[in-house]
Each structure stands twice: as C-alpha cells, then as structure tokens.
Design a protein around this ligand. Structure first.
Ligand code: ATP
Length: 342
C-alpha cells in the first residue's frame, strides 16, 4: 500500500531522513517511535506531500507520488498542529474534507452522522467545538480525517495532549475502530506504551534511520541494539564476553539463551530476569531504591562493581531500601546485543 524506497530529506548538511526503506501493508497499523529529532514527523510529512524528498521515492498503491500535491494523495492527516476550526460546529469540521472533494450536501450530512456515531459522538453535529472536552475534540479530529475515506490515515502524536487515563482508553478504541474499518494507518508517537498498544508493527527511528522494525512483542523481547533497548527503558545493559551458555560480565557469569553468538558485545537483562535471593546467594547487592509500579515493584540494586541493576518483583516480596540481597539471572530474560562498534 505505502512504500518508501531510499527516502532522503536533508536540512543543510544534516539528513532528517536518511535512505529510509519502509513498507506498510493494506489494513496494517504501523507506529513510528523514536526520540525527539529522530525524523518521525519528517517521515510523515514526506508521505503526505508536505515535505519534498531530496532522494528516493514514496509510492502509494504502487504509484510514485513525486509531484502529486497533498490533496491528491488521498491520505488523511490528523496532526498535532491541525487544530479543529473553532468557528465551525462539529458537523462543519467533520464535513470539511467532503466539501473540498465536492461531495453533495445530503451525502455530507449522512456521512457526518455516520462518522460521529463511529467515533462515539452520535448527534453532536451542532455542538460548538469549544464546548467539547479534549478527548471529544480528538474524536472529532479523527472523524474529520476519516470522512473522505483516505487510502492511508496518518496520525502525528494523535493523543499527545490528553491525560494518561484518557489516552489509554482511546488507544484501545482506536485499535478496535481501525480493525473494524480496515484502515491502513501510519502513526507517529514518542510514547512507547501508545505505540505498542496501537500497532501491528513498530518502527524505531534514530537519526533519520530505522534502528529496528518488527511486531511489538518481537521488538520488546529482542531489541536489536543497545540504543533500542535503552529507548524502551531497559537499562540493565553491560559489556560482556559471551561464550557458550554464559557471558562473563562485571556482574559475574550470566546465563544466555541457547544459540547466542559468541564474542565480545553487550548483554541486556530485562528486570524480570533479575531474581532476588538470600544475601549469600549469587551477586551481592544493596537495595538502593524501590518504586511502586502498580502491579509490581521496580527495585534498584547496587552491586559492588558495575552499573546499577533493576529488578522487578511482586509487591509482597519487595525488599526494603538498604537491605542486602543476592541476585541470580534467568537466561530467558537475557538478550545478547550486537556490538555497535563494529
Ligand atoms: N523545516 C526544517 N528546517 C530545518 N531542520 C528541520 C526542519 N524540520 C525538521 N528539521 C530537523 O530535522 C530533524 C528531524 O526532525 P523531525 O521533526 O522529523 O523529528 P521528530 O522525530 O518528529 O521529533 P519530535 O519528536 O521532537 O517531533 C531534526 O534535527 C530537526 O531539527
């Protein structure tokens, strides 16, 4: 459905998009993630036709989009800075794209009603935009983007300004809605929770390039690099010499999954794989801090040597700050990361 081949955008001597290859299949939801300045918005803008390419191509349904203006690309945009029109009522906002496409009045009315039903605002057509809550405005913006039946819907930080609880609810609704409509979606967010909840596939960007692309679970379980691991919030990363079933590290010997390549590199131990034991058992650590995270406690441990370690443990098993504990490691939660110096 959407293909980027070698897509490149430069600002001065800096590439905001650096030879990016990406495919989005029909009915697929792809979320682009990455730190600020990694090129996420530039990617969306290039696909929409708001940003010209300095190299490479964007194809929609197999057709090269070079020279095709924004309004002829049949893409729906819901951008952070695309506010609703305050002087128009809800219906007027939703009908905007339909009017631009020359759709007749009666059909506009029917389509607006259908979309307001779809986004959970039935009968809201006459309401003033200013009378809506943030979440309701977001739904109107979504209805407006969906109204002309775009081939591709593009969302830039769709839930960015809403509070956490509302975002978590809306993300589930969005996923259900896109599934029902069979919409093809390319979304950008810097919130990994949102991306992982919404996407069939996530793309992590770094300095204008794709650092990793894959199904959410796959990326979560097997970050392809230290950069991706740290971006996902995994900080138990340590240099390691991997040989056979274990790796030598400053934290001692750590078992690695079967089939891990040998050699110098780094390993990641997910917090669930840092197991707390009696003080005389395994790597001796002092409990530096503990943070309640709802269903579990994140425990920060200071070993005699090397970086701090984060462990995840059940509320009732959480040790107190200052306690001495021992640590062993579960191979299933260990990921051998490629050596980025090579
Ligand atoms: N119009 C522009 N002129 C010059 N530089 C630009 C322009 N637009 C973007 N850039 C630069 O290109 C790089 C990528 O920017 P982009 O907005 O795509 O990043 P982003 O990942 O969307 O960031 P954020 O999460 O902060 O929105 C940044 O270094 C940015 O400063």
């Amino acid at each position: 459905m959407l293909t980027l081949k070698d897509a490149t955008v430069r600002f001065g001597d800096r590439a905001a998009l650096d030879a990016v290859d990406l495919e989005v299949a029909e009915h697929e939801t792809v979320c682009v993630l990455g730190p600020s300045g990694s090129g996420k918005s530039t990617l969306l803008r290039a696909v929409a036709g708001l940003q010209a390419l300095d190299g490479g191509r964007v194809l929609l349904g197999g057709a090269d989009q070079a020279g095709v203006p924004v309004h002829r690309r049949e893409v729906g945009l819901m951008f952070q800075d695309h506010q609703l029109f305050p002087q128009r009522d809800v219906g007027g906002n939703v009908a905007f794209g339909l009017r631009m496409h020359g759709v007749g009045r009666a059909e506009q009315g029917a389509r607006v009603a259908e979309l307001l039903d779809l986004v959970g605002l039935p009968g809201a057509g006459r309401r003033a935009v200013a009378s809506l809550s943030g979440g309701e405005q977001q739904r109107v913006a979504l209805a407006r983007a969906l109204a002309p039946r775009p081939r591709l819907l593009m969302l830039d930080e769709p839930l960015g300004q809403l509070d956490r609880g509302l975002r978590e609810r809306l993300v589930v609704e969005l996923r259900q809605l896109f599934g029902r409509l069979g919409t093809t979606v390319l979304a950008v967010t810097h919130d990994q929770g949102e991306a992982f909840a919404l996407a069939d596939r996530v793309v992590v960007m770094r300095d204008g390039r794709i650092a990793q692309a894959g199904a959410p679970l796959e990326v979560w379980q097997r970050p392809a690099s230290e950069f991706v691991a740290r971006f996902l919030g995994f900080d138990n990363v340590v240099p390691a010499t991997v040989g056979g079933a274990a790796a030598d590290t400053v934290w001692g010997k750590i078992p690695v999954p079967e089939g891990s390549g040998r050699g110098e590199g780094k390993i990641l131990v997910r917090p669930a794989g840092v197991l707390l034991r009696a003080p005389e058992d395994g790597l001796a650590c002092t409990v530096e801090a503990r943070t309640f995270r709802g269903s579990h406690v994140a425990v920060l441990l200071r070993p005699a040597e090397g970086p701090l370690l984060e462990a995840e443990c059940a509320l009732r098993d959480a040790p107190d700050e200052g306690d001495e504990v021992g640590v062993t490691f579960a191979a299933t939660e260990v990921v051998v990361l490629p050596d980025e110096r090579r």
